[in-house]
Design a protein around this ligand. Structure first.
Ligand code: PEP
Length: 255
């Protein structure tokens, strides 16, 4: 089944709201409109940039979508520092990254919390970009496929097939994030294939075929084409390389 590739830039804690405007403008001008028929392009800036990005995208009618990098599992209330799904939806976000390895490692997020965040995103009609992936030790032990499918099970616990069909999964081996080490296309395809097979077991073929599975981990212009050519890889979650708008545009055009 043909799934439209999605290239999503994860800016992490980079670029303030003024720099965000310049970056999105340059990205838009560097990527001829015709490419948007073939690839969905998204940016996930820091929360403080979202209003500026929304204003720009709306005023110039840009086909670029955007999202948050995290959300609270809670609706509202005494959760200092947190941002709710309703707030992101109100800002016109399409996406929200959930369970990024930096959230799991630095902020101790576990599968149960990630599961609650996925539900909160869906409740507010945001598409969660659910990140999962193994660390280097797990990869070396050979247990990476089981590790990733267990993370998937944990993140999707209790969700219906209709809900699962609305998510995007990003397989991001932790050892490849920001390190310059990319998984081989075969390694990436192996895990993405196993994730889709698990979706099929849990929710049937239609759901498994509908869900886009991205690869993330040191993706750049030089490797995106080969990765996206794999049967079960439907795009990329891009960190460092998404901060350079011209380079990111080139990467999107190649996908
Ligand atoms: C990421 O932050 O999700 C990521 C994949 O980063 P990088 O592309 O820099 O490895």
């Amino acid at each position: 089944m043909a799934r439209k590739p999605l290239i999503a830039g994860n800016w992490k804690m980079n670029l303030n709201h003024l720099e965000a405007i310049g970056t999105v403008q340059k990205l838009f001008f560097a990527l001829p409109t015709k490419y948007f028929d073939h690839v969905d392009v998204a940016v996930c800036p820091p929360f403080t940039d979202l209003r500026s990005v929304q204003t720009l995208v709306d005023s110039d009618d840009m086909p670029i979508t955007y999202g948050g990098q995290d959300l609270s599992p809670e609706e509202s209330g005494a959760f200092t520092g947190d941002i709710s799904g309703a707030m992101l939806a109100k800002l016109g976000c399409t996406w929200v990254v959930v369970g990024h390895s930096e959230r799991r490692t630095i902020h101790g997020e576990d599968d149960a919390l990630v599961n609650r965040k996925v539900s909160a995103a869906l409740k507010h009609s945001l598409t969660p970009i659910l990140c999962l992936g193994e660390g280097e030790d797990v990869r070396e032990s050979g247990a990476h496929v089981g590790h990733c499918t267990a993370q998937l099970d944990g993140a999707l616990a209790g969700l219906s097939g209709d809900e699962v069909a609305r998510i995007v999964i990003a397989y991001e081996p932790v050892w490849a994030i920001g390190t310059g080490k990319t998984a081989t296309t075969q390694d990436a395809q192996e895990v993405c294939h196993a994730l889709r097979a698990r979706l099929r077991e849990l929710h049937g073929g239609a759901v498994a075929d509908a869900v886009r599975i991205l690869y993330g981990g040191s993706v750049k212009s030089g490797n995106v084409k080969e990765l996206v050519a794999q049967a079960d890889i439907d795009g990329a979650l891009v960190g460092g390389a998404s901060l350079d708008p011209e380079g990111f545009a080139e990467l999107c055009a190649l996908a």
